[in-house]
Design a protein around this ligand. Structure first.
Ligand code: SF4
Length: 221
């Protein structure tokens, strides 16, 4: 798939969907980290509920969560999957940020991209997607986080290898798009994935970009 085709897909998605308001707001890096940890293997609605619970109980600051009782954090996260592990991770990571980074992620985010990514990946509970979300949303670093929707949509469009792993999908998309569009690609692929390009039974007949999609025949027979 060439850059021109990839660009046509993006332009059509931009015309189809409105970017959600929260995308443009400046996100707090520590809050983003906590939300992203909670969201791992968890539906959006349950992530939002768990974050609401923990925000009611605690200020979302490393110095507060590092000293919270793990079982109190667990109670807040019960609605999310793997809540025991996540509560433990949140406490550990809060302690590390407090002790090693003076209670803020800013020293990490001010590093050059690769160095910042490597440092984030060393934190407990932080995998490539979590690191890329923080780098893109909180520091405008040039990366495309690949969540389950981005991964599926990119492959169905033929913009990434069918068997590509996280890094292959991320690199493929980044090579096709201008860094100024990375945020839009991430968000618009998620919106398309949620509404039309669902994991099971995608709605190809009604999909607004079906004319540009090589996979539409697979799902319209
Ligand atoms: S045509 Fe079907 S497979 Fe292609 S992007 Fe749309 S919903 Fe997904």
């Amino acid at each position: 798939m060439n850059e021109n085709h990839a660009e046509k897909i993006l332009q059509l998605l931009k015309k189809t969907f409105t970017m959600p308001k929260w995308v443009t707001s400046n996100r707090d890096p520590f809050e983003t980290l906590i939300v992203t940890i909670i969201s791992q293997n968890t539906a959006d609605r349950n992530t939002a509920k768990a974050f609401e619970n923990i925000s009611k109980q605690f200020r979302i600051k490393p110095e507060v969560l590092a000293n919270a009782e793990t079982n109190q954090i667990e109670e807040c996260l019960r609605v999310a999957g793997l809540y025991r592990n996540k509560a433990k991770t949140i406490r550990q990571i809060s302690k590390i940020i407090l002790e090693k980074f003076h209670g803020t992620l800013n020293p990490i985010l001010s590093l050059p991209f690769e160095e910042a990514r490597k440092t984030l990946l060393k934190l407990p509970g932080v995998g490539p997607k979590t690191a890329d979300v923080i780098l893109l949303f909180c520091s405008e670093k040039p990366t495309i986080p690949v969540d389950t929707h981005v991964n599926r949509v990119a492959k169905r469009f033929g913009l990434a290898p069918q068997n590509g792993d996280y890094e292959m999908v991320r690199q493929s998309l980044q090579s096709l798009y201008n860094p100024k569009d990375y945020l839009s690609v991430h968000i618009l692929f998620i919106l398309l994935g949620r509404k039309y390009c669902k994991a099971r039974n995608p709605l190809c007949k009604h999909c607004p970009v079906n004319a540009l999609c090589p996979s539409k025949q697979l799902y319209t027979k």
